[in-house]
Design a protein around this ligand. Structure first.
Ligand code: SF4
Length: 507
Protein backbone atom coordinates (compact mmCIF):
# COMPACT_ATOMS: atom_id res chain seq x y z
CA UNK A 1 0.00 0.00 0.00
CA UNK A 2 1.34 3.40 -0.92
CA UNK A 3 0.85 5.43 2.23
CA UNK A 4 1.56 8.77 0.57
CA UNK A 5 -1.32 8.27 -1.89
CA UNK A 6 -3.61 7.26 0.94
CA UNK A 7 -2.80 10.53 2.69
CA UNK A 8 -4.44 12.46 -0.16
CA UNK A 9 -7.74 10.69 0.25
CA UNK A 10 -7.82 10.18 4.02
CA UNK A 11 -11.19 11.79 4.83
CA UNK A 12 -12.98 10.02 1.99
CA UNK A 13 -11.38 6.64 2.67
CA UNK A 14 -12.07 6.81 6.39
CA UNK A 15 -15.72 7.85 6.04
CA UNK A 16 -16.32 5.11 3.46
CA UNK A 17 -14.52 2.58 5.63
CA UNK A 18 -16.70 3.37 8.65
CA UNK A 19 -19.85 3.12 6.51
CA UNK A 20 -18.73 -0.14 5.02
CA UNK A 21 -17.93 -1.66 8.42
CA UNK A 22 -21.23 -0.58 9.90
CA UNK A 23 -23.24 -2.01 7.01
CA UNK A 24 -21.20 -5.16 7.14
CA UNK A 25 -21.90 -5.43 10.82
CA UNK A 26 -25.66 -5.10 10.30
CA UNK A 27 -25.84 -7.53 7.38
CA UNK A 28 -23.45 -10.01 8.92
CA UNK A 29 -20.17 -11.32 7.71
CA UNK A 30 -20.68 -13.16 4.41
CA UNK A 31 -17.95 -15.62 5.24
CA UNK A 32 -18.81 -16.45 8.83
CA UNK A 33 -22.53 -15.84 8.50
CA UNK A 34 -22.66 -13.75 11.65
CA UNK A 35 -22.37 -10.02 12.40
CA UNK A 36 -19.04 -8.40 13.19
CA UNK A 37 -18.53 -7.98 16.92
CA UNK A 38 -17.88 -4.50 18.31
CA UNK A 39 -14.41 -5.65 19.35
CA UNK A 40 -13.62 -6.70 15.76
CA UNK A 41 -14.83 -3.34 14.48
CA UNK A 42 -12.65 -1.69 17.11
CA UNK A 43 -9.61 -3.57 15.75
CA UNK A 44 -10.43 -2.55 12.17
CA UNK A 45 -10.90 1.09 13.04
CA UNK A 46 -7.84 0.92 15.30
CA UNK A 47 -5.79 -0.25 12.29
CA UNK A 48 -6.79 2.91 10.41
CA UNK A 49 -5.82 5.03 13.39
CA UNK A 50 -2.47 3.24 13.52
CA UNK A 51 -2.02 3.99 9.83
CA UNK A 52 -2.68 7.64 10.51
CA UNK A 53 -0.18 7.67 13.36
CA UNK A 54 2.50 5.89 11.33
CA UNK A 55 2.00 8.24 8.41
CA UNK A 56 3.20 11.06 10.69
CA UNK A 57 6.70 9.55 10.30
CA UNK A 58 6.55 9.62 6.48
CA UNK A 59 7.29 12.49 4.08
CA UNK A 60 3.60 12.97 3.41
CA UNK A 61 1.69 12.48 6.69
CA UNK A 62 -2.11 12.31 6.74
CA UNK A 63 -3.00 15.80 7.82
CA UNK A 64 -6.47 14.97 9.09
CA UNK A 65 -7.24 12.48 11.84
CA UNK A 66 -9.38 9.63 10.42
CA UNK A 67 -12.38 10.67 12.50
CA UNK A 68 -11.72 13.96 14.29
CA UNK A 69 -13.56 14.37 17.56
CA UNK A 70 -14.16 10.67 18.13
CA UNK A 71 -12.18 7.44 18.37
CA UNK A 72 -11.95 3.90 17.05
CA UNK A 73 -13.47 2.43 20.24
CA UNK A 74 -16.34 4.89 20.20
CA UNK A 75 -17.13 4.31 16.52
CA UNK A 76 -17.12 0.59 17.14
CA UNK A 77 -19.65 1.03 19.93
CA UNK A 78 -17.22 0.02 22.65
CA UNK A 79 -17.66 3.22 24.65
CA UNK A 80 -20.52 5.60 25.29
CA UNK A 81 -23.99 5.09 26.66
CA UNK A 82 -25.38 1.58 26.74
CA UNK A 83 -22.23 -0.27 25.73
CA UNK A 84 -21.39 -3.58 27.27
CA UNK A 85 -17.78 -2.42 27.42
CA UNK A 86 -18.25 0.04 30.27
CA UNK A 87 -21.63 -1.12 31.41
CA UNK A 88 -22.98 2.37 30.73
CA UNK A 89 -21.66 5.45 32.43
CA UNK A 90 -18.46 5.38 34.47
CA UNK A 91 -19.50 4.96 38.11
CA UNK A 92 -18.96 7.99 40.31
CA UNK A 93 -16.41 7.15 42.98
CA UNK A 94 -17.81 7.93 46.46
CA UNK A 95 -16.11 10.80 48.31
CA UNK A 96 -14.97 8.52 51.14
CA UNK A 97 -13.16 6.27 48.66
CA UNK A 98 -11.32 9.14 47.01
CA UNK A 99 -10.47 10.70 50.37
CA UNK A 100 -9.00 7.45 51.70
CA UNK A 101 -7.09 6.72 48.49
CA UNK A 102 -5.75 10.24 48.17
CA UNK A 103 -4.68 10.59 51.80
CA UNK A 104 -2.78 7.31 51.61
CA UNK A 105 -1.28 8.20 48.22
CA UNK A 106 -0.19 11.66 49.32
CA UNK A 107 1.37 10.38 52.53
CA UNK A 108 3.46 7.96 50.43
CA UNK A 109 4.47 10.72 48.00
CA UNK A 110 5.59 12.88 50.92
CA UNK A 111 7.69 10.03 52.30
CA UNK A 112 9.04 9.06 48.86
CA UNK A 113 12.65 10.03 49.59
CA UNK A 114 12.82 7.54 52.47
CA UNK A 115 11.96 4.69 50.12
CA UNK A 116 14.02 5.90 47.16
CA UNK A 117 17.12 6.56 49.28
CA UNK A 118 17.04 2.91 50.37
CA UNK A 119 16.34 1.75 46.80
CA UNK A 120 19.32 3.73 45.47
CA UNK A 121 21.56 2.37 48.22
CA UNK A 122 20.57 -1.17 47.25
CA UNK A 123 21.48 -0.43 43.63
CA UNK A 124 24.93 0.74 44.79
CA UNK A 125 25.37 -2.49 46.80
CA UNK A 126 24.29 -4.49 43.77
CA UNK A 127 26.71 -2.73 41.43
CA UNK A 128 29.57 -3.25 43.87
CA UNK A 129 28.76 -6.97 44.19
CA UNK A 130 28.19 -7.42 40.45
CA UNK A 131 24.61 -8.62 41.01
CA UNK A 132 22.09 -9.34 43.74
CA UNK A 133 23.65 -9.75 47.17
CA UNK A 134 22.50 -10.87 50.62
CA UNK A 135 23.75 -7.51 51.92
CA UNK A 136 20.59 -5.97 50.37
CA UNK A 137 18.26 -7.82 52.72
CA UNK A 138 20.43 -6.95 55.72
CA UNK A 139 20.41 -3.30 54.72
CA UNK A 140 16.64 -3.26 54.10
CA UNK A 141 15.98 -4.76 57.54
CA UNK A 142 18.29 -2.20 59.12
CA UNK A 143 16.08 0.52 57.58
CA UNK A 144 12.88 -0.87 59.10
CA UNK A 145 11.40 -3.17 56.45
CA UNK A 146 10.60 -6.78 57.35
CA UNK A 147 12.28 -8.18 54.24
CA UNK A 148 13.02 -7.49 50.55
CA UNK A 149 9.54 -8.56 49.52
CA UNK A 150 7.92 -5.92 51.72
CA UNK A 151 10.38 -3.30 50.54
CA UNK A 152 9.78 -4.07 46.86
CA UNK A 153 6.05 -3.84 47.51
CA UNK A 154 6.56 -0.38 49.01
CA UNK A 155 8.51 0.74 45.92
CA UNK A 156 5.73 -0.40 43.58
CA UNK A 157 3.10 1.12 45.84
CA UNK A 158 4.88 4.45 45.55
CA UNK A 159 4.42 4.37 41.77
CA UNK A 160 0.68 3.77 42.21
CA UNK A 161 0.51 6.56 44.80
CA UNK A 162 2.08 9.03 42.36
CA UNK A 163 -0.36 7.93 39.67
CA UNK A 164 -3.34 8.46 42.01
CA UNK A 165 -2.18 11.97 42.92
CA UNK A 166 -1.66 12.88 39.26
CA UNK A 167 -4.90 11.27 38.03
CA UNK A 168 -7.08 12.63 40.82
CA UNK A 169 -5.80 16.21 40.49
CA UNK A 170 -5.42 16.51 36.71
CA UNK A 171 -8.47 14.72 35.34
CA UNK A 172 -6.23 13.08 32.73
CA UNK A 173 -7.05 9.80 31.06
CA UNK A 174 -4.85 6.77 31.67
CA UNK A 175 -3.04 6.94 28.33
CA UNK A 176 -2.43 10.68 28.77
CA UNK A 177 -0.59 9.97 32.02
CA UNK A 178 1.22 7.14 30.25
CA UNK A 179 2.63 9.67 27.79
CA UNK A 180 4.00 11.89 30.58
CA UNK A 181 7.74 12.37 30.10
CA UNK A 182 10.53 13.71 32.27
CA UNK A 183 10.20 17.46 32.87
CA UNK A 184 6.50 17.43 32.05
CA UNK A 185 5.57 20.18 34.52
CA UNK A 186 6.34 23.87 34.41
CA UNK A 187 4.74 26.96 35.93
CA UNK A 188 3.71 30.39 34.71
CA UNK A 189 2.94 33.60 36.59
CA UNK A 190 -0.26 35.44 35.73
CA UNK A 191 -1.14 38.89 37.02
CA UNK A 192 -4.18 39.03 39.29
CA UNK A 193 -6.86 41.41 37.94
CA UNK A 194 -6.53 44.97 39.35
CA UNK A 195 -3.68 43.93 41.58
CA UNK A 196 0.12 43.86 41.71
CA UNK A 197 0.09 40.25 42.83
CA UNK A 198 0.53 37.26 40.57
CA UNK A 199 -0.94 33.79 40.57
CA UNK A 200 1.25 30.79 39.88
CA UNK A 201 -0.23 28.24 37.48
CA UNK A 202 1.27 24.79 37.12
CA UNK A 203 1.01 23.02 33.75
CA UNK A 204 1.55 19.43 32.79
CA UNK A 205 2.51 18.51 29.22
CA UNK A 206 1.54 15.22 27.66
CA UNK A 207 -0.26 13.74 24.66
CA UNK A 208 -3.85 12.76 24.07
CA UNK A 209 -4.73 10.32 21.32
CA UNK A 210 -8.38 9.89 22.27
CA UNK A 211 -9.64 12.46 19.80
CA UNK A 212 -6.45 13.02 17.86
CA UNK A 213 -5.48 16.10 19.89
CA UNK A 214 -1.78 15.18 20.04
CA UNK A 215 0.45 17.29 22.30
CA UNK A 216 -1.62 19.05 24.90
CA UNK A 217 -1.42 20.57 28.39
CA UNK A 218 -3.43 20.54 31.61
CA UNK A 219 -3.55 23.08 34.39
CA UNK A 220 -2.71 21.18 37.58
CA UNK A 221 -2.06 21.89 41.25
CA UNK A 222 1.55 21.88 42.41
CA UNK A 223 1.01 18.48 44.06
CA UNK A 224 0.97 16.90 40.60
CA UNK A 225 4.36 18.42 39.81
CA UNK A 226 5.64 17.02 43.14
CA UNK A 227 4.31 13.51 42.38
CA UNK A 228 5.78 13.55 38.86
CA UNK A 229 9.13 14.71 40.21
CA UNK A 230 9.08 11.69 42.52
CA UNK A 231 8.31 9.50 39.50
CA UNK A 232 11.28 10.93 37.61
CA UNK A 233 13.54 9.71 40.39
CA UNK A 234 11.59 6.48 40.80
CA UNK A 235 11.89 5.59 37.10
CA UNK A 236 15.56 6.51 36.67
CA UNK A 237 16.92 2.89 37.01
CA UNK A 238 14.19 1.69 34.64
CA UNK A 239 15.23 4.21 32.02
CA UNK A 240 18.81 3.00 32.42
CA UNK A 241 17.55 -0.49 31.54
CA UNK A 242 15.87 0.83 28.39
CA UNK A 243 19.09 2.59 27.39
CA UNK A 244 21.01 -0.66 27.93
CA UNK A 245 18.42 -2.54 25.85
CA UNK A 246 18.78 -0.05 22.99
CA UNK A 247 22.57 -0.31 23.10
CA UNK A 248 22.41 -4.11 22.95
CA UNK A 249 19.91 -4.12 20.11
CA UNK A 250 21.89 -1.58 18.10
CA UNK A 251 25.03 -3.69 18.54
CA UNK A 252 23.23 -6.85 17.46
CA UNK A 253 21.08 -5.49 14.65
CA UNK A 254 20.85 -1.75 13.93
CA UNK A 255 17.66 -2.33 11.88
CA UNK A 256 15.80 -4.00 14.73
CA UNK A 257 12.33 -2.33 14.83
CA UNK A 258 12.26 -2.78 18.63
CA UNK A 259 14.92 -0.04 18.86
CA UNK A 260 12.41 2.61 17.76
CA UNK A 261 9.79 1.11 20.07
CA UNK A 262 12.17 1.23 23.06
CA UNK A 263 13.11 4.82 22.25
CA UNK A 264 9.45 5.83 22.57
CA UNK A 265 9.56 4.84 26.25
CA UNK A 266 13.00 6.23 27.02
CA UNK A 267 11.77 9.39 28.72
CA UNK A 268 8.52 8.09 30.19
CA UNK A 269 8.14 8.15 33.97
CA UNK A 270 5.36 5.61 34.62
CA UNK A 271 7.46 2.58 33.68
CA UNK A 272 7.23 -1.09 34.55
CA UNK A 273 9.11 -4.30 33.88
CA UNK A 274 7.13 -6.87 31.90
CA UNK A 275 8.27 -10.38 32.95
CA UNK A 276 6.35 -12.10 30.14
CA UNK A 277 8.37 -10.08 27.62
CA UNK A 278 11.81 -10.92 28.91
CA UNK A 279 11.76 -8.21 31.60
CA UNK A 280 11.50 -5.47 29.00
CA UNK A 281 10.88 -2.04 30.52
CA UNK A 282 7.97 -0.19 28.96
CA UNK A 283 5.27 2.30 29.93
CA UNK A 284 2.61 0.78 32.21
CA UNK A 285 -0.36 -0.55 30.23
CA UNK A 286 -3.98 0.15 31.17
CA UNK A 287 -4.34 -3.44 32.33
CA UNK A 288 -1.32 -3.15 34.62
CA UNK A 289 -2.63 0.09 36.08
CA UNK A 290 -6.03 -1.37 36.83
CA UNK A 291 -4.40 -4.27 38.64
CA UNK A 292 -2.11 -1.96 40.63
CA UNK A 293 -4.99 0.36 41.50
CA UNK A 294 -7.16 -2.50 42.74
CA UNK A 295 -4.31 -3.75 44.94
CA UNK A 296 -3.78 -0.25 46.34
CA UNK A 297 -7.52 0.06 47.06
CA UNK A 298 -7.69 -3.30 48.84
CA UNK A 299 -4.62 -2.40 50.88
CA UNK A 300 -6.51 0.70 52.00
CA UNK A 301 -9.31 -1.59 53.25
CA UNK A 302 -11.76 -0.35 50.59
CA UNK A 303 -14.26 -2.46 48.67
CA UNK A 304 -14.47 -0.15 45.63
CA UNK A 305 -13.60 -1.87 42.35
CA UNK A 306 -11.26 0.90 41.24
CA UNK A 307 -10.33 1.41 37.58
CA UNK A 308 -8.12 4.10 36.09
CA UNK A 309 -10.96 5.92 34.27
CA UNK A 310 -12.83 6.55 37.56
CA UNK A 311 -10.53 9.46 38.41
CA UNK A 312 -11.50 11.53 35.39
CA UNK A 313 -15.23 11.27 36.14
CA UNK A 314 -14.61 12.17 39.79
CA UNK A 315 -12.43 15.13 38.80
CA UNK A 316 -15.10 16.46 36.41
CA UNK A 317 -17.76 15.99 39.09
CA UNK A 318 -15.74 17.88 41.71
CA UNK A 319 -14.93 20.65 39.27
CA UNK A 320 -18.60 21.01 38.39
CA UNK A 321 -19.56 21.13 42.07
CA UNK A 322 -16.76 23.48 43.04
CA UNK A 323 -17.36 26.76 44.74
CA UNK A 324 -20.58 28.22 43.34
CA UNK A 325 -21.45 25.03 41.61
CA UNK A 326 -21.38 26.27 38.08
CA UNK A 327 -18.92 27.08 35.40
CA UNK A 328 -18.89 30.80 35.98
CA UNK A 329 -16.45 30.07 38.78
CA UNK A 330 -14.36 27.88 36.53
CA UNK A 331 -14.52 30.48 33.81
CA UNK A 332 -12.99 33.07 36.08
CA UNK A 333 -10.63 30.54 37.66
CA UNK A 334 -9.21 29.39 34.37
CA UNK A 335 -9.79 32.82 32.84
CA UNK A 336 -10.68 31.39 29.48
CA UNK A 337 -14.31 30.32 29.44
CA UNK A 338 -16.35 32.14 26.87
CA UNK A 339 -20.11 32.33 27.15
CA UNK A 340 -20.81 29.50 24.73
CA UNK A 341 -18.37 27.20 26.52
CA UNK A 342 -15.74 27.21 23.80
CA UNK A 343 -12.32 28.22 25.02
CA UNK A 344 -10.64 31.55 24.47
CA UNK A 345 -7.20 30.10 25.28
CA UNK A 346 -6.26 33.22 27.24
CA UNK A 347 -3.80 31.28 29.36
CA UNK A 348 -2.51 28.49 27.22
CA UNK A 349 -3.40 27.45 23.69
CA UNK A 350 -2.43 23.81 24.22
CA UNK A 351 -4.96 22.82 26.87
CA UNK A 352 -7.06 19.70 26.64
CA UNK A 353 -10.50 20.94 25.69
CA UNK A 354 -12.30 17.62 26.12
CA UNK A 355 -11.79 17.75 29.90
CA UNK A 356 -13.87 20.91 30.10
CA UNK A 357 -16.56 19.23 28.01
CA UNK A 358 -16.60 16.39 30.55
CA UNK A 359 -16.96 18.93 33.37
CA UNK A 360 -19.90 20.47 31.52
CA UNK A 361 -21.54 17.03 31.25
CA UNK A 362 -21.11 16.54 35.00
CA UNK A 363 -22.55 19.98 35.63
CA UNK A 364 -25.59 19.17 33.48
CA UNK A 365 -26.13 15.97 35.48
CA UNK A 366 -25.85 17.82 38.80
CA UNK A 367 -28.26 20.53 37.65
CA UNK A 368 -30.78 17.91 36.54
CA UNK A 369 -30.47 16.18 39.92
CA UNK A 370 -31.15 19.48 41.72
CA UNK A 371 -34.09 20.41 39.49
CA UNK A 372 -35.53 16.91 39.82
CA UNK A 373 -35.61 17.50 43.60
CA UNK A 374 -37.50 20.78 43.07
CA UNK A 375 -40.08 19.10 40.86
CA UNK A 376 -40.90 16.21 43.15
CA UNK A 377 -44.59 16.42 44.15
CA UNK A 378 -44.96 18.03 47.56
CA UNK A 379 -41.29 19.10 47.88
CA UNK A 380 -41.27 22.19 50.14
CA UNK A 381 -39.56 25.19 48.52
CA UNK A 382 -38.93 28.74 49.72
CA UNK A 383 -37.41 31.78 47.98
CA UNK A 384 -39.21 33.67 45.18
CA UNK A 385 -38.19 31.31 42.39
CA UNK A 386 -38.89 28.31 44.63
CA UNK A 387 -42.42 29.50 45.40
CA UNK A 388 -43.11 30.01 41.68
CA UNK A 389 -41.86 26.52 40.91
CA UNK A 390 -44.09 25.03 43.61
CA UNK A 391 -47.14 26.84 42.12
CA UNK A 392 -46.21 25.91 38.55
CA UNK A 393 -45.61 22.30 39.59
CA UNK A 394 -49.16 22.09 40.90
CA UNK A 395 -50.63 23.38 37.61
CA UNK A 396 -50.13 20.09 35.72
CA UNK A 397 -46.99 21.51 34.13
CA UNK A 398 -45.88 18.07 33.07
CA UNK A 399 -48.64 17.89 30.44
CA UNK A 400 -46.78 20.39 28.23
CA UNK A 401 -43.68 18.16 28.27
CA UNK A 402 -43.28 14.67 26.89
CA UNK A 403 -42.53 13.29 30.35
CA UNK A 404 -41.09 14.22 33.75
CA UNK A 405 -37.54 13.70 32.55
CA UNK A 406 -37.95 16.15 29.70
CA UNK A 407 -39.50 18.69 32.07
CA UNK A 408 -36.50 18.37 34.41
CA UNK A 409 -34.05 18.70 31.55
CA UNK A 410 -35.78 21.76 30.07
CA UNK A 411 -35.85 23.61 33.37
CA UNK A 412 -32.25 22.66 34.16
CA UNK A 413 -31.09 23.90 30.76
CA UNK A 414 -33.07 27.14 30.91
CA UNK A 415 -31.78 28.34 34.29
CA UNK A 416 -28.36 29.26 35.59
CA UNK A 417 -28.14 27.47 38.89
CA UNK A 418 -25.41 27.69 41.48
CA UNK A 419 -25.34 26.89 45.14
CA UNK A 420 -24.20 29.63 47.49
CA UNK A 421 -24.61 27.37 50.50
CA UNK A 422 -27.87 28.83 51.81
CA UNK A 423 -29.89 28.86 48.55
CA UNK A 424 -29.79 27.91 44.90
CA UNK A 425 -29.25 31.20 43.10
CA UNK A 426 -30.48 31.49 39.51
CA UNK A 427 -29.16 35.02 38.89
CA UNK A 428 -26.97 35.54 35.85
CA UNK A 429 -23.95 36.66 37.85
CA UNK A 430 -22.57 36.17 41.34
CA UNK A 431 -22.14 39.83 42.25
CA UNK A 432 -25.08 39.99 44.66
CA UNK A 433 -24.39 40.56 48.38
CA UNK A 434 -26.95 37.82 49.08
CA UNK A 435 -24.13 35.39 48.33
CA UNK A 436 -22.08 36.43 51.34
CA UNK A 437 -22.65 39.76 53.16
CA UNK A 438 -26.43 39.59 53.51
CA UNK A 439 -27.37 35.93 53.27
CA UNK A 440 -30.95 36.33 54.44
CA UNK A 441 -31.59 38.48 51.35
CA UNK A 442 -32.16 35.27 49.35
CA UNK A 443 -35.30 34.49 51.38
CA UNK A 444 -37.42 36.97 49.41
CA UNK A 445 -35.49 37.09 46.16
CA UNK A 446 -37.11 36.08 42.88
CA UNK A 447 -33.89 34.30 41.87
CA UNK A 448 -33.74 32.05 44.93
CA UNK A 449 -34.79 28.46 45.48
CA UNK A 450 -34.42 27.31 49.08
CA UNK A 451 -35.01 23.64 49.75
CA UNK A 452 -35.40 21.35 52.79
CA UNK A 453 -31.64 20.72 52.82
CA UNK A 454 -31.12 24.41 53.70
CA UNK A 455 -33.49 24.35 56.73
CA UNK A 456 -30.82 23.41 59.35
CA UNK A 457 -28.78 26.38 58.18
CA UNK A 458 -31.68 28.80 58.69
CA UNK A 459 -32.38 27.33 62.14
CA UNK A 460 -28.72 27.85 63.06
CA UNK A 461 -28.63 31.37 61.63
CA UNK A 462 -31.80 32.31 63.49
CA UNK A 463 -30.39 31.08 66.81
CA UNK A 464 -27.12 32.86 66.24
CA UNK A 465 -28.96 36.10 65.50
CA UNK A 466 -31.02 35.59 68.65
CA UNK A 467 -27.79 35.67 70.64
CA UNK A 468 -26.62 38.79 68.79
CA UNK A 469 -29.90 40.50 69.64
CA UNK A 470 -28.96 40.27 73.32
CA UNK A 471 -25.71 42.20 72.76
CA UNK A 472 -25.87 45.70 74.21
CA UNK A 473 -23.28 47.28 71.93
CA UNK A 474 -25.01 47.06 68.53
CA UNK A 475 -27.37 50.01 68.93
CA UNK A 476 -31.03 50.21 67.94
CA UNK A 477 -30.16 50.29 64.20
CA UNK A 478 -28.16 47.09 64.56
CA UNK A 479 -30.93 45.43 66.55
CA UNK A 480 -33.45 46.30 63.82
CA UNK A 481 -31.24 44.66 61.21
CA UNK A 482 -30.98 41.57 63.41
CA UNK A 483 -34.76 41.47 63.89
CA UNK A 484 -35.24 41.79 60.12
CA UNK A 485 -32.87 38.91 59.42
CA UNK A 486 -34.50 36.75 62.11
CA UNK A 487 -37.89 37.37 60.53
CA UNK A 488 -36.48 36.38 57.13
CA UNK A 489 -35.17 33.13 58.62
CA UNK A 490 -38.57 32.39 60.18
CA UNK A 491 -40.32 33.10 56.85
CA UNK A 492 -38.10 30.55 55.13
CA UNK A 493 -38.64 27.97 57.87
CA UNK A 494 -42.42 28.40 57.73
CA UNK A 495 -42.35 27.94 53.94
CA UNK A 496 -40.36 24.76 54.46
CA UNK A 497 -42.92 23.48 56.97
CA UNK A 498 -40.80 23.99 60.11
CA UNK A 499 -41.57 25.51 63.49
CA UNK A 500 -40.52 29.16 63.65
CA UNK A 501 -41.00 30.97 66.94
CA UNK A 502 -39.06 34.07 67.96
CA UNK A 503 -37.22 31.94 70.51
CA UNK A 504 -34.28 29.76 69.35
CA UNK A 505 -35.67 27.43 66.68
CA UNK A 506 -33.15 24.59 66.67
CA UNK A 507 -34.98 21.27 66.63
S1 SF4 B 1 -30.48 37.51 46.87
FE1 SF4 B 1 -31.13 36.58 44.96
S2 SF4 B 1 -29.62 37.21 43.47
FE2 SF4 B 1 -28.75 37.57 45.48
S3 SF4 B 1 -27.62 35.70 45.93
FE3 SF4 B 1 -29.64 35.44 46.81
S4 SF4 B 1 -30.78 34.40 45.24
FE4 SF4 B 1 -28.98 35.21 44.24
Amino acid sequence: MNITRLADVTPFVCASFVDFCRQHRQRGSARAGKPLQAASLGHLFGAVEALHELSQYTDDPMLVHPWPGTSATHLAGLTGHGTGYRGGKTPLMPDEVLITLFQRAWSLVEAADDVLDVRDEILILRRAAGGKTSAEAVYVRSRGWANMFEFNKAVLELRTACYIVAAALSGCRNHELGFVQRGACYCTEEAVDNDDETNTYWWMRSQSTKTGEGNTEWVVPEAVAVALKVMERWSSPYRALIEAEIETRVAENPSDPEIAEAQLHLNAVFLAMTPNKGNQVRTMSGQMWNKALKTFTWNCGLQWDLASHHFRRKFANYAARSHFGDLRYLRSHFKHWSMDMTLGYALNASQEVALYADIQIELDDIKEEVVDGWLQPGAALAGGYGENIAKWRGSHAVTIFKDHRQMVRSLAESASIRSNGHAWCTAEDNNCIGNDLERTRCSGCDNAVIGPQHAPLYHGLHDHLHEVLACDDIGEGGRNLVRRDMQRCRDVLVMLGHNASEEPTTV
